[in-house]
Design a protein around this ligand. Structure first.
Ligand SMILES: Nc1ncnc2c1ncn2[C@@H]1O[C@H](COP(=O)(O)OP(=O)(O)OP(=O)(O)O)[C@@H](O)[C@H]1O
Ligand SMILES: [Mg+2]
Length: 592
């Protein structure tokens, strides 16, 4: 746990002075609490014994002063830590967000969104609470206990020893508790992440859930998960209850013993009443520090697991931009100029690809792909569902790294180019057109931030979106709502297409970009796209003959391989599978 918590140091370092001064202030404030019994002792043995009423008033005033100082100092401590720690939390959250954004797509295939969300929210809040409160008071209360014991021993060493007796067994019990509690705390935090995933998914998928009337079964699933979390929380509470019981009861027993012995000794006359009062009030002042230890230990523990969970994400390495293991091959050249004789189009050379999380023995999704898209050409990719088309496209902007083989853009192996350069050359539109809660214009301009309004206008025209965008309440400045769900599927698809074409990319990768359009709109988009496509090299997944018409040539994908390449009419006459996919003729279904 300590090792985990030490990892927070880089984030805490900028505010260390504040934290240390806050702890120092708190220690001074806590020692004020320990001064009180000494003043009391003086009052009891002095003015009270001597019947000196002025002295009693004076003592009372001193007590009031010390109490006020204590309160003020605790207030000062709060003020010292509040702002810097809010910043620490914000910094950590930013570090997490930035890291998650930079992690490869394969990481997100593996990790549930809820696990990431709960780490960025609940766990970080817990860490702030630990830093603001838990850490300080662990230090302060331990210091108070040591100081207080010192004061007790100085006042009367034999009574003091009685009170010190339970310390060793208490520490031992706390260590035992710590080991048990950390397991349960970790489980609770992970279950919270799972629960967040269910909530997140069911809110994103609310239309499907309602459409299928699944809200009851969804609610049951939620209840089951939250029931598990409740069980874990109860386990935590039981453990806490146990340790509290011991931490509260054990010192009380020894306190009682000390009191009895003290009273006997006062009666015998070998102890002053003032000393006994001071002794007992000091012991009472130590109750909260001792009692809080169990709670603080639990908080430390939870903070430890929260730190582990935070760093599990942050420790996931971002693969280097240019893997050092892949030296530039013979055909690879430095980033070539956008036009001219250097232009070579897109080449796949013996590309084999397996998803990083697929089981070891599984056959590759792409198996020995050799394919060339000539410069300026549009190549349509046709294939049965699940044949690997989307997977092949995702290799071009290097969303995944090839397992073996190479992908070359204008002669340069993309594995040897910085990701930023690859993505500046390639524009994409995926099967599900993802929009963000922003304006129409902002969504489209993601494709080219520095594009001017004329470019925006042109991109919207190409994708036949200009008409409906103009009809929106605020034109291109209309907010599209979360995920663009205020728009129709075809409208979203056209905006995603506009985003792909706005930057006049050198390479355009489109995954079935017109699937949601009616035939007339599709025809108009195609006519406009032809102009764009003549200037760029494009790889377009197509399911319909009308989309295929856009292309100069067609590649047929089948079971992760390129089965045939040719023009549309050529493939129609030579490939039975192609004929089947394009026309639905069933008489020659190829065996697969
Ligand atoms: N993220 C992923 N992790 C593991 N396997 C995946 C992943 N995405 C796809 N696959 C698998 O890879 C294979 C090819 O999927 P892909 O999405 O490339 O097919 P597709 O040709 O685009 O199909 P469609 O026409 O239905 O879009 C499928 O068997 C699929 O199960
Ligand atoms: Mg696909």
């Amino acid at each position: 746990m300590v090792r985990s918590l030490l990892r927070l140091w880089p984030f805490v370092r900028p505010v260390k002075t504040r934290l240390i001064s806050a702890a120092a202030v708190a220690i001074v404030a806590a020692s004020m609490g320990l001064v009180m019994p000494l003043v009391l002792k003086w009052i009891v043995d002095g003015p009270v014994a001597d019947d000196d009423s002025r002295g009693v008033w004076l003592g009372g005033a001193v007590l009031l002063l010390v109490g006020t100082a204590e309160a003020l100092l605790f207030g000062l401590r709060r003020w010292l830590v509040a702002r810097p720690l809010a910043r620490v939390e914000a910094d950590m959250r930013f570090a997490l967000y930035r890291h998650v954004q930079r992690l490869p797509v394969s990481f997100h295939d593996r990790w549930a969104t809820g696990q990431l969300l709960s780490r960025g929210t609940g766990d970080l809040q817990l860490l702030r609470m630990f830093l603001a409160f838990g850490l300080t008071f662990l230090v302060v209360n331990s210091a108070t206990i040591v100081l207080g014991l010192g004061v007790l021993l100085v006042q009367d060493w034999s009574l003091g020893l009685i009170l010190a007796a339970p310390i060793a067994p208490l520490i031992w019990l706390c260590v035992l508790f710590e080991a048990k509690f950390s397991v349960v705390a970790r489980r609770a935090q992970d279950q919270m992440g799972d629960l967040t995933t269910v909530v997140e998914e069911s809110i994103l998928g609310i239309r499907v859930i309602k459409g299928f009337g699944r809200h009851r079964s969804q609610a049951r699933a939620f209840r089951a998960l939250s029931g598990e979390l409740v069980e874990t929380e109860l386990r935590k509470a039981r453990l806490m209850g146990g340790i509290w019981l011991v931490i509260l009861a054990l010192p009380e027993v020894f306190l009682g013993a000390a009191l009895v012995l003290g009273v006997v000794r006062v009666a015998d006359g070998d102890l002053t009443a003032g000393t006994l009062v001071a002794f007992m009030t000091t012991a009472m002042a130590l109750r909260w520090p001792v009692e809080s230890i169990g709670f603080l230990l639990a908080l430390c523990n939870e903070a430890g697991t929260a730190t582990d969970r935070f760093f599990e994400v942050l420790d996931t390495e971002i693969p280097p931009d240019i893997p050092p293991a892949l030296p530039a091959g013979p055909a690879a050249r430095p980033l070539p100029a956008p036009a001219g004789p250097e232009r070579d189009g897109i080449r796949f050379e013996n590309v084999v690809f397996r998803y990083p999380d697929s089981p070891p023995g599984a056959p590759p999704v792409l198996d020995g792909i050799d394919l060339r898209v000539r410069p300026g050409e549009t190549l349509a990719l046709v294939g049965g569902t699940g044949s690997g088309k989307t997977t092949l496209l995702s290799l071009v902007p290097r969303l995944y790294e090839v397992t073996s083989g190479r992908v070359l853009l204008d002669g340069a192996d993309i594995a040897t180019l910085p990701l930023r350069d690859v993505r500046a050359m390639v524009a994409v539109a995926f099967e599900d057109p993802t929009l963000f809660s922003a304006t129409v214009a902002e969504n489209v301009l993601m494709g080219a931030e520095d594009a001017d309004p004329a470019e925006l206008e042109r991109a919207l025209r190409v994708s036949q979106a200009a008409g409906f965008v103009a009809a929106l309440p605020h034109g291109p400045r209309t907010q599209v709502g979360e995920q663009g769900l205020s728009l129709s599927g075809g409208q979203r698809q056209r905006l995603a297409l506009a985003r792909a074409v706005i930057g006049r990319p050198r390479f355009l990768v489109l995954d079935d970009p017109l699937s949601a359009l009616d035939v007339h709109t599709e025809a108009r988009v195609e006519a406009a796209l032809r102009d764009v496509l003549s200037a760029t090299t494009a790889l377009v997944v197509a399911h319909r003959p009308s989309t295929v018409q856009l292309a100069d040539r067609v590649a047929l994908m089948s079971g992760g391989r390129i089965a045939a390449v040719g023009t549309h009419p050529e493939l129609l006459s030579t490939s039975a599978e192609y004929r089947y996919l394009m026309t639905g003729e069933r008489n020659e279904v190829p065996a697969r």
